[in-house]
Write a new protein. Structure first.
Length: 564
């Protein structure tokens, strides 16, 4: 089977898709995943009436592009080039294999893959089946993966054999052994297509509607402010709206070549405009294992990349790179930067130094995404984080008593709209805290808004560290540190860093009977690594202290720790 997988450019000769076809019938009935807070009926009706929700599934959108852009290259991964037609064929063949394993509508499947072409096969095959991918980041390790699998009651876990020296196949065996719901742990073998995973590419299915556009399409991860990451249920209807609009606002077309340099499964990389925006527009996606200039610049030059999306530290690397002049970057037209605050100084350098238009992106996996527009004056582009996508994104900036503030005054950002969730998955208590009774999501961000509605992020209320776009929950790391036998108390905060914006610092108080000489940052890092967590969460710095500074009510003063 796998020998027929033929990586390579479709030459325009024979019919590329053996199994074309779309069985059209009434939408399967909408079934609500238990633990999901639905959009109230009157809002859903309004969003449909206004044409935001078009009653289409992500698989429909994908196969629409497979038909419209059949001969365009969809994905470039190293030497492999895959056309939309070929990708469509691969997706239907893998969907056939996964379906034979018993994976179908509503089944949760944790996807744990790096930036590789097979990611597209897996994710679109799951969408075709109406299964619900849960998007883990490649950096996640055992603790996180086990949690996602058991919390989402995943039926399957799909990963790669190994990546960056980490043995994912061993992790797959552990997950299969310890999470009872996981019936299948599937490992993509990058060295040898003919092994187990490759055999799944068998008889293709016909594309047909196997789920309802109002169904949950996938579970995305929240940045995290709590001990465990929360899961974000997004529907086909709501997500496709952001994808169509993002592709338009970011100027994507079938002529575009977009470099995918950030972790592929992150919400930003999925949809702002991301891989789904590219698929919608019929653009070419060039996969990069990382955004570092020595990897990205040769790819831009070779494939005439026209746009890419970065987080601020990677944008800084591009700006400060000593190898920049060695590569022809003249094809680059637009650079999106988001996920964390881009300093005005760096923003001002993008156009003159990289020769392309900067587009700031301020978004969140929960929904609301803001972009500066490509026609905006430079002064606005460098100073603001953009304007909401939809006229129906309701954006409120309020003081701590919930009173709306006038333009220009910073306050708490609350939002509600056609693509912002009404609650996290199975999280009653957190939902009470993070959503108002009338359904606004309390983002935890402090912003100011100008008269036109453009937002500038000025701070953060939530207890979260934004390490150059990667979000870390202090509570999660504190809990892990507290499980160390020498540690009496732990407090984790974000401290300023030139490049990352913030880095992670842990303050620890040792138990009285512990010899301070027996504990070192090296040992504590090793301890956390052994717990099996993503590398970006491991504190960059540790400080052993006698006690923590306190606020006047006797709580640990994280502000004093951040400023110490
Ligand atoms: C994106 O999504 P998440 O869910 O990882 O993180 C959301 C949080 C926001 O609430 C905000 O605190 C921060 O990340 N953030 C920014 C920012 N973009 C995101 N803070 C300052 N300036 C920005 N430009 O990070 C995300 C999702 C979709 C598109 C882009 C980013």
């Amino acid at each position: 089977m796998v020998e027929q997988m033929q990586w390579g450019v479709y030459d325009g000769g024979e019919e590329p898709m053996p199994a074309r076809g779309h069985v059209v019938g009434p939408h399967p009935e909408h079934v609500l995943l238990e633990g999901v807070v639905p959009f109230p009926a009157e809002f859903a009706e309004r969003y449909r009436e206004r044409g935001y929700w078009k009653g289409e599934t992500i698989a429909d959108m994908f196969f629409g592009s497979v038909r419209s852009f059949a001969h365009n290259v969809a994905v470039v991964d190293g030497e492999k080039e895959i056309t939309y037609a070929k990708l469509g064929e691969r997706v239907l063949r893998l969907a056939g294999g996964l379906s034979r394993l018993g994976i179908g509508r509503g089944d949760r499947v944790v996807v744990h893959l790096p930036n590789v072409a097979v990611y597209f096969d897996v994710v679109f095959a799951l969408f075709e089946l109406g299964a619900i991918p849960v998007f883990a980041l490649q950096a996640h390790r055992r603790t996180e993966i086990e949690y996602f699998c058991s919390f989402a009651q995943a039926k399957a876990y799909i990963t790669i054999d190994s990546c960056e020296g980490f043995d994912h196949a061993a992790l797959a065996r552990e997950i299969a052994a310890c999470v009872p719901s996981v019936e299948r742990a599937l490992v993509v073998d990058m060295q040898d297509d003919c092994r187990e995973f490759g055999k799944l590419y068998g008889e293709p299915l016909f594309h047909q509607e196997r789920c309802n556009p109002a169904d949950v399409a996938f579970l995305q991860l929240s940045g995290g402010t709590t001990g465990k990451p929360k899961l974000i249920p997004r529907t086909h209807d709501d997500y496709l709206y952001t994808i169509r609009e993002s592709a338009r606002i970011c100027g994507l077309s079938s002529e575009s070549v977009h470099l995918i340099a950030l972790p592929i499964a992150h919400n930003y990389t999925m949809s702002s405009p991301g891989i789904l925006g590219c698929v919608y527009a019929g653009a070419k996606m060039v996969l990069a294992p990382s955004g570092s200039p020595d990897v990205a610049f040769p790819l831009i030059s070779k494939h005439h990349v026209t746009s890419s999306s970065l987080v601020p530290p990677v944008a800084l690397l591009w700006l400060n790179s000593s190898v920049r002049d060695e590569w022809d970057l003249s094809s680059l037209q637009v650079l999106q930067v988001g996920g964390a605050k881009l300093s005005q100084e760096a923003a001002r350098r993008v156009k003159p130094e990289l020769g392309c238009t900067l587009q700031q992106v301020f978004g969140m996996a929960e929904g609301l995404v803001n972009y500066t527009r490509l026609s905006d004056p430079e002064s606005l582009v460098v100073s603001s984080q953009g304007l909401r996508i939809s006229p129906d994104d309701e954006v409120r900036v309020v003081d701590d008593d919930g009173v709306d503030l006038p333009a220009g005054v910073p306050g708490n950002l609350l939002t509600r709209g056609p693509y912002t969730i009404r609650g996290y998955y199975c999280a009653l208590e957190v939902n009470e805290r993070d959503f108002t009774l009338d359904g606004f999501y309390c983002t935890g961000d402090i912003v100011s808004r100008d008269e036109r509605g453009y937002l500038t992020v000025t701070g953060r209320k939530k207890d979260q560290i934004n390490r150059g776009g990667e979000k870390v929950s202090p509570e999660e790391i504190e809990n892990l540190l507290l499980s160390h036998e020498a540690i009496h108390d732990a407090s984790v905060v974000g401290v300023r860093d030139e490049v990352l914006g913030e880095k992670v610092k842990a303050f620890v108080v040792l138990r009285e009977d512990v010899d301070p000489g027996s504990v070192s940052p090296f040992k504590l890092k090793k301890f956390l690594r052994q717990k099996g967590i993503a590398g970006f969460k491991i504190p960059d710095e540790f400080e052993i202290v006698e006690e923590f500074p306190e606020t006047f009510v006797g709580k640990t003063s994280k502000r004093a720790q951040r400023e110490s």
